[in-house]
Design a protein around this ligand. Structure first.
Ligand code: ADP
Ligand code: MG
Length: 566
């Protein structure tokens, strides 16, 4: 669909990306209506393929109509150059290693014979006199200025999604934008957004990698147009994934505000449905809900890192040098600390409060298992989940093993909390403190008794007159839930524990509450984490309450059910 210079630029840049270019130069004259020239250092086109490249549906790779929808490079195949050649003076100079550098020209659909040319490795495509044969369309082209703005905006987004490329943009002979391969994705995002308060996070899931640069909760935009999504190097539009980013900030920023973020997804092209959308900017994923979850939790990781970095700044602890990466390059001014997100308390109080948090290293408050924990898939093979409650595995001896996901995770957390005296729970000062009224004398007394423990788990609260208590800080993960309900739940569990006189009552309560529940759908990654971490705990067979965790069906039992001798 060639309608405007921006469409040409987009197609040509994406072709360069497909050709494996590491450096792309974009030259524009008069907003693109005079000249669009893209030069890359990609694989180049052979002389034999040059005429083919400009024929509709007849690219070197597309042999059949089905091939036209070639998913590996993500879009419609073999249309763009032909379409551009039909409405402009198109010149392609290309040099593939081992072949003669050659040039081909198409003038408003008329193909000229192949010529020898001089060009170093790569391809240079020049489009001039765009729409000269379509006077009405040419007349309605945007002004050069707004066309330039549109092109630059696209290229900026494209480079955010492809941060390792070197891209140079020249408007009417003047360089207006340049990225460097040595620049990190985070530095690039900071520069493009003109915002220092950004943090990056990376996650790898089954066949899918997610890289995120996301803004601190103090950055609040009135529109969601600063959230960019990319898949396999393409900038796409995806309402659900944008929503995944927004949800990661739920309760952390006001409901009518949005963060800035770049979400870069790399996955197997086969799991992306080639899209029917003419501008190729929308795609369909094979497992959209998993992807939603991946994106949301990676953004949450980035937010958590930021929170942890603020703690580190407060704590001046030499053990925290490993936090270097998480440290914001931006030092918060007193003014910034008083942003709406922090107004639950005055800035000074907030800092004091953060100091009282016993733990400062990066950890997960998230009830979901840590995704990046090393696992050893050689030991236990996860077969799948049964009834959203049990994990089915094969043991190294080839037996069937069934694990109760909740108690297994509870055991893991119990040992983690017991061993790491400090719980490493990133928490957040609430945007709106939650007040709980009408507590009983027993409840108030219990809250006082376990305050030290609960502080370590990320909670801060204080009496609020009469029988009320005000909860002002909660773990990051809990901030998204019904805080009152969660807090009262912990309280009632703690009272129960107190009555049964367990000395490790709070740890037990928190292990249980933070563990995945029966009924939670787990990804393969989560299951592998639970199974492999479980068998590193001291007692993988019973939960801290004494319930069994693992059930193994002996081979003989299975065999006898099939009247098979072993
Ligand atoms: P598509 O990219 O969908 O295949 P295009 O019309 O955009 O269709 O390009 C046609 C073909 O020309 C491509 O398949 C590719 O083989 C070749 N080509 C286009 N641009 C380049 C480039 N910059 N470097 C190498 N090959 C290119
Ligand atoms: Mg193309």
């Amino acid at each position: 669909m060639v309608e405007r210079p921006i469409n040409v630029v987009k197609e040509l840049i994406e072709n360069s990306l497909d050709a494996g270019a590491t450096r792309i130069t974009v030259e524009i004259a008069d907003g693109g209506s005079e000249l669009i020239r893209i030069t890359d250092d990609g694989c180049g086109i052979t002389p034999e393929d040059l005429p083919v490249a400009v024929e509709r549906f007849a690219t070197s790779k597309a042999q059949t109509v089905e091939d036209v929808y070639n998913i590996s490079t993500f879009g419609f195949r073999g249309e763009a150059l032909a379409a551009i050649g039909a409405v402009s003076n198109l010149q392609i100079k290309s040099h593939r290693e081992g072949f003669e550098p050659s040039e081909i020209n198409v003038k408003f659909g008329e193909l000229s014979p192949l010529l020898p040319t001089a060009i170093s490795k790569g391809t240079q495509i020049s489009v001039s006199k765009l729409f000269n044969n379509l006077p009405v369309r040419r007349k309605f082209l945007k002004s050069a200025r707004s066309s330039e703005a549109e092109i630059l905006k696209f290229i900026k987004h494209f480079t955010l999604i492809n941060p390792s490329l070197e891209v140079i943009v020249i408007f009417d002979g003047e360089e207006v934008y340049r990225t460097y391969s040595s620049q990190s994705a985070l530095d690039l995002a900071k520069a493009v957004f003109a915002e220092d308060r950004m943090m990056s996070a990376h996650s790898a899931y089954d066949g899918c990698e997610v890289d995120v640069c996301a803004s601190h909760v103090a950055v609040q935009r009135k529109r969601r147009d600063s959230i960019y999504i990319g898949v396999n190097g393409r900038v796409i539009k995806d309402a659900a994934l944008t929503q995944a980013v927004v949800q990661a900030y739920y309760r952390l920023i006001p409901g009518d505000s949005y963060p800035m973020a770049v979400v870069n997804i790399r996955l197997d092209p086969a799991s992306v449905d080639v899209n029917i959308h003419p501008t190729k900017s929308e795609v369909r994923f094979e497992s959209p809900s998993e992807l939603f979850h991946y994106v949301k939790s990676t953004v949450e990781d980035a937010i958590r890192k930021f929170t942890a970095a603020i703690y580190a700044e407060e704590a001046d602890d030499p053990a925290l040098t490993e936090m270097e990466e998480a440290k914001p390059t931006h030092v918060f001014t007193e003014e910034e600390k008083r942003t709406p997100f922090l107004t639950a308390r005055p800035a000074f109080d907030l800092r004091k409060e953060l100091k009282s948090v016993p733990t400062i290293s990066i950890g997960r408050a998230d009830p979901a298992p840590t995704m990046n924990e090393p696992s050893n898939p050689m030991d236990y093979k996860v077969i799948g989940q049964l009834d959203n409650t049990y994990i089915i595995c094969e043991t190294p001896l080839g037996e069937l093993m069934i694990i109760d996901q909740h108690v297994a995770h509870e055991r893991i957390l119990y040992e983690k909390y017991t061993n790491e005296r400090t719980q490493a729970v990133p928490s957040i000062v609430l945007f709106d403190a939650v007040v709980l009224n009408n507590l009983t004398a027993e409840e108030l007394e219990c809250l006082e008794a376990i305050e030290g423990d609960l502080n370590g788990f990320g909670y801060s609260y204080e009496p609020f007159g009469g029988n009320a208590v005000k909860v002002s800080r909660v773990p990051l993960a809990v901030s998204k839930k019904d805080i009152g309900k969660e807090f009262l739940g912990i309280l009632s569990d703690a009272i129960e524990m107190k009555r049964s006189k367990r000395h490790d009552g709070t740890i037990l309560t928190m292990s249980c509450r933070n563990a995945v529940k029966a009924g939670d759908t787990l990804s393969n990654h989560d299951m592998n984490y639970i199974v492999n971490t479980l068998f590193k705990t001291q007692n993988p067979h019973t939960c801290p309450h004494g319930r069994p965790i693992v059930f193994v069906m002996p081979k003989a039992t299975l065999a006898s059910n099939f009247q098979r001798s072993i």
